[in-house]
Design a binder for this molecule. Sequence first.
Ligand SMILES: Nc1ncnc2c1ncn2[C@@H]1O[C@H](COP(=O)(O)OP(=O)(O)OP(=O)(O)O)[C@@H](O)[C@H]1O
Ligand SMILES: [Mg+2]
Length: 442
Amino acid sequence: MNRHDPATPPRILIVDDEPDLVELIGLTLKRMGIESVGAGTLEGARQELRQKPYAFCLLDLKLPDGNGLDLVEWITQNTPDTSVAVLTAHASIEVAVRALKLGAFDFLTKPVDLTVLRQLVASAIRMARGQPPAGNQLIGEHPTIRELRALIMRVARSQAPVHIYGETGTGKELVSRLIHANGPRHDRPFVPINCGAIPGELLESELFGYKRGAFTGAVSDQPGLIRSAEGGSLFLDEVSELPLAMQVKLLRFIQEKTIRPLGMSQEIPVDVRIISASHRNLQEAVAQGRFREDLYYRLVVIEMSVPPLRERLGDIGQIAPALVSRLTLDRTVTLAPDALSRLQAYDYPGNIRELENILERALTLCEGEVIHGGDIHLRKSERIPVPERTHLHPLPVYLKELEKDRILQALRENGGNKTATAHHLGISFRQFRYRLKKLGID
Ligand SMILES: Nc1ncnc2c1ncn2[C@@H]1O[C@H](COP(=O)(O)OP(=O)(O)OP(=O)(O)O)[C@@H](O)[C@H]1O
Ligand SMILES: [Mg+2]
């Protein structure tokens, strides 16, 4: 196979008809030293792919001239050196699973989490170059982390439901993926469901599926998310957010190991392993009557907890360099001792995810290939304020907020100097002025 040469900078094709999103992703990739090209249609994408080699293609499935799944197939047949990841709305993970079957290597849900995007792109490029995928390891030597690693391996072998408790950004999803990856179901799907992000009225049809004609708009049979994890693991993230009515249905499914899609009369057996997580104390939720006790006992057969980063600050010496190399790909950036000691003197309310954000900013600020203490900004007011439930806003609103925060923050860092800010953000002065106007920033 004609592997992509590590000496040439990787090139990525972003196929989406939403120019703002293409631009945001392009900016993110640019910071990783990756060149990207946007295409708004399937035909435009095919033209690009015929002309130049692309290491990776990020593909929205809904495009003006057709279904992205067709392009996944086309790429598998015509440019097999290009790995593909698909972008889908939260509500259509089943389609994403279909894309995986057609040869896509991963999927990403909208609104796009830029950290997840960076990791996905980095591992796609490593794969394209025939290098082993990095990341996806629970790094750290603190006793609680060593214990957690050992527990993951033990738990992976069992089929018992696991509940993972931990503050936001501590690594709950990473732990659950490791449990799946190290167990007998590793070659079957791992299906994450964010129970807090799917609107209540859609939850039942999303999880349990439906029969064609079950309700207006049900134009074809849908297996539902639970069934799309058949043989694999179902990750119920933020499970404490499940409405009580859904808790009853979930309990039933766990007890019977069958589901009944909307509009169907028979029960369908499903074999999945259940892993759940929450940043809230489930027992407290039970005491307050917000979470069913019987469901609690079904989910929390094995309990694991991921400690907050402030309780294992010593591990930053290992974690930070690993995150930096994951964020940079081609540059070899190191952390100066003063940068490390600054990082180790902070309490991280947002845990490792916050550490990632801090490092990402440091990377955009640092000159040359060393991050110094001065590049590390820890003041809480400077963190990107992503309100807890912004992911419930429509994508354009969410992106606008994100963009606005980013711009304001960059302006602050550059003392209000617009030319410097535009440069810092990697866009032209004209583009910058246009965005200020569009976002209503004075
Ligand atoms: N011990 C670790 N070593 C290296 N990377 C880690 C570690 N723990 C977490 N990460 C990374 O930190 C980020 C956040 O982890 P993850 O998404 O698993 O956290 P979470 O608890 O699910 O967060 P949230 O509450 O925001 O959903 C990910 O990029 C993950 O890969
Ligand atoms: Mg998570």
